[in-house]
Design a protein around this ligand. Sequence first.
Ligand code: RP5
Length: 167
Amino acid sequence: MILLNTDKTVPLPIVAIMMGSTSDADTMEPARQILKEFDVLCEMKVLSAHRTPEQTISYVKAAKERGIKIIIAGAGGAAHLPGIVAAVTTLPVIGIPIKSKYLNGLDSLLSIVQMPAGIPVATVAIDGAVNAALLAIEMLALVFPELNIKLEVYRKKLQEKVLKSSV
Ligand code: RP5
């Protein structure tokens, strides 16, 4: 288990997975699965940029002090959650545009990707929860070298799967 606290008996999450609504949960779940596969402790939080702006800001402002290193934020439609999260923290923020009902996620993508200079959000593909988690792990691997080995194994498995599927 990747932990940042020195007292390793008390596991603290180092990645926060945020989403704008419970309706995003199924799309965000693969991020949690990948982090679990790599033994990276995370917490999940439903908070909305529009419906709970104050609670969103309070949660994000407290995150760094609580030991969170990276925030993954998914939202759909007028997807302002990753942007507002990035606005109030200097932790790296990875944005996931959620496929939306009416515009298939193009609205979410454009809402998240076009951040103004100075406030970055690393935007992954529409419904790209797997890559969001892997990108977070790659960042964490800079300080937790054991994750590099796991990333190599993961890549190797991907490679083998492709090669096996050739006829
Ligand atoms: C966004 O609005 C959420 O991230 C969700 O993707 C979308 C729809 O939310 P619900 O109406 O299902 O709660 O804020």
